[in-house]
Design a protein around this ligand. Sequence first.
Ligand SMILES: Cc1cc2nc3c(=O)[nH]c(=O)nc-3n(C[C@H](O)[C@H](O)[C@H](O)COP(=O)(O)O)c2cc1C
Length: 150
Amino acid sequence: MKKIIAINASPRTSWNTGTLIREAAKGAESEGAEVKVYDLYQSEKFTGCISCFGCKLPEHQGVCVCKDGLTPILDDIRSADGLIIGTPNYLGDVSAGFRALYERLIFQSLTYKTEPRSYNERRVPVLFIMTSNAAEDFYAQIGYGALTVI
Ligand SMILES: Cc1cc2nc3c(=O)[nH]c(=O)nc-3n(C[C@H](O)[C@H](O)[C@H](O)COP(=O)(O)O)c2cc1C
């Protein structure tokens, strides 16, 4: 059975982002996947990357050594077959919680070498969802089309 991790990176658990995350989770479940949903802001206290470089040590390669509320989420993503992650648009960007998870998730995988560049042995497909309340015709004016984080 495929294991999917779904993360709502909005502080509001059941509003726009949370609703879409849960609908996407239902879709994956209807296809036979096992889905675990996290409301990121309900986690224990967490931070972004603290630049300790512990993840580059030979004994930890690719695994963030900072222990906090993100640790179980990072562990789950590492063993997942797919990741669904959603954030509200906050000031034209992702939420602060999303950014913290993003730093911790991506930085742990970088080897800081030319080859291989990543400690990961496989790719995890990602469905990225961003909700916002700007009118659609406003998107082009302020360049949301070019907004990419992953
Ligand atoms: C701090 C903050 C900043 C926001 N900035 C934007 C923005 O720049 N552009 C936009 O379209 N919506 C913005 N919004 C609206 C939210 O992105 C939108 O309502 C989103 O769907 C809320 O998601 P939620 O219901 O899951 O919390 C902002 C909302 C907040 C609270």
